[in-house]
Design a protein around this ligand. Structure first.
Ligand SMILES: Nc1ncnc2c1ncn2[C@@H]1O[C@H](COP(=O)(O)OP(=O)(O)O)[C@@H](O)[C@H]1O
Ligand SMILES: [Mg+2]
Length: 423
């Protein structure tokens, strides 16, 4: 039995929504007055669960509510959940950047954390000085840090700027150094928030490999990411947060499945999902996406199935021209099919008008494994994006079932491009 290195018991975190005025000041006084008399904080009881789709009745919100879990030595725990679910808050509490309002956290071992960009760095100090500062905070001696220094700088790839104050770093550079420091200073528990998303794809891959190494050495890792493929690859256990509460915990694939089902129903049913609006104008949006196998919706296919996607779109505005873009990624987030672009119409779609079409990927194109998908709607020259569906954010993975070797041996060459049929 491996020992428990981290245990959270009834951890809750309450934030006050940013409002100033007599109300909140008197709340503060009242809170202070209760505290001064050794009484329980009266506002701890009135907080609402943090569901942004429901307008809360109070100014206090539970970003985390009654979180209970434990992590064993050597576990690689993937923490997932949609934006605002409380993931970063939880990591901040565990790495003692902020305090839980109630509950306890017990930790055995040195923690290194890569939280929001720049956290843990002193802006006026150089990269070099920050490496030593971080090492010292982790309890390392100067010679110990020195022995890792070159490796850290080398990994970060920012050698040229190592003596520049970090306040002059771009966020990408900050993350590069931050990760290099956290991963190389021999932490017993490594905590990584989704800041990695800031880095370029190559660096992200390097970090994921490094985390694999660290995990391989029996270290414990807590990892937050929207990159479900990375989570699935790396993590051994999972925690799914929803509105500040644990929805599923334990098996990572169970957590992913639940997460993906949740986000899929949510994404496809509404137009106004934040992350989609950030990536597209919303002029024309996906209303429905269905991969189909033998006429039935399925996210699982066999190697010799044709993979057909059925799309339904709706125009949110009168919009001239519609282009469709598709990419498929392998489990390392590399695009193995990209630049499949096609023009669906050059005409104007009127507000509220619907259009449906299917795209079929010929059989024997994708081998056994899990694939990420990327679908985008754009104008005719693909300069303006209307809507994006992306496995890394809001779609399930596509599963190709294992096949026997002889099926692979007999593999034919698939013919691209895809077959597009507009209904
Ligand atoms: N400093 C803060 N002040 C007030 N509310 C906060 C603060 N930080 C986070 N929150 C609240 O906590 C919720 C959870 O945030 P966060 O932990 O950052 O979520 P995630 O990392 O899962 O996207 C947010 O929806 C927000 O309402
Ligand atoms: Mg976060």
């Amino acid at each position: 039995m491996s020992k428990i290195v981290l245990k959270a018991t009834n951890v809750s975190k309450q934030y006050r929504l940013g409002q100033l005025g007599m109300g909140t000041i008197s709340d503060d006084l009242n809170r202070w007055w209760h505290k001064a008399r050794g009484k329980e904080d009266p506002y701890l009881k009135v907080g609402d669960v943090n569901d942004k789709s429901v307008k809360g009745k109070s100014d206090y919100v539970w970003s985390l509510k009654d979180i209970n879990f434990e992590v064993k030595q050597g576990d690689v725990l993937g923490i997932i959940g949609k934006n605002g679910a409380g993931k970063s808050t939880l990591l901040k509490i565990l790495s003692q950047v902020t305090k839980a309002t109630t509950g306890q956290v017990k930790i055995r071992g040195r923690i290194a954390a890569l939280l929001e960009v720049g956290t843990g760095f002193h802006p006026d100090l150089s990269g070099r000085e920050n490496v030593f500062l971080n090492g010292a905070i982790l309890g390392m001696t100067k010679p110990e840090i020195l022995s890792k220094f070159d490796e850290i700088v080398d990994f970060s790839g920012i050698e040229k700027y190592i003596d520049t104050p970090v306040k002059r770093y771009s966020s990408g550079m900050m993350v590069r150094l931050g990760f290099a420091v956290a991963a190389h200073l021999d932490p017993e528990i490594l905590i990584v928030d989704e800041v990695l998303a800031v880095g370029d794809a190559e660096f992200q891959k390097k970090c994921l490999n490094k985390m694999k190494d660290v995990a391989g050495q029996g270290r414990t890792i807590l990892f937050v990411s929207h990159n479900i493929q990375a989570i699935s690859n790396l993590c051994t256990t999972g925690l799914l947060l929803n509105n500040g509460q644990i929805e599923t915990q334990g098996n990572i694939e169970d957590c992913i499945k639940k997460y993906v089902t949740n986000s899929r129903t949510e994404t496809l049913k509404t137009i106004g999902i934040e992350d989609r609006l950030k990536r597209g104008t919303g002029n024309i949006v996906f209303e429905e996406l269905k991969p189909v196998k033998n006429g039935e919706e399925s996210w699982e296919f066999n190697y010799d199935d044709e993979i057909t996607f059925q799309f339904k779109l709706i125009a949110g505005e009168n919009t001239k021209g519609l282009g469709f873009y598709l990419a498929v990624r392998n489990p390392f987030s590399e695009e193995i099919i990209s630049n499949f672009k096609t023009i669906i119409t050059e005409n104007t779609l009127n507000k509220g008008e619907r259009i449906s079409f299917t795209v079929a990927l010929p059989k024997k194109t994708l081998r056994t494994g899990q694939y990420g998908l990327y679908f985008a709607l754009a104008n005719n020259d693909f300069k303006i994006f209307y809507d994006v569906l992306d496995t890394n954010i809001n779609m399930p993975l596509l599963n190709i079932n294992p096949v026997s070797m002889d099926v692979h041996e007999n593999a034919g060459f698939a013919t691209l491009p895809f077959n597009l049929k507009i209904n």
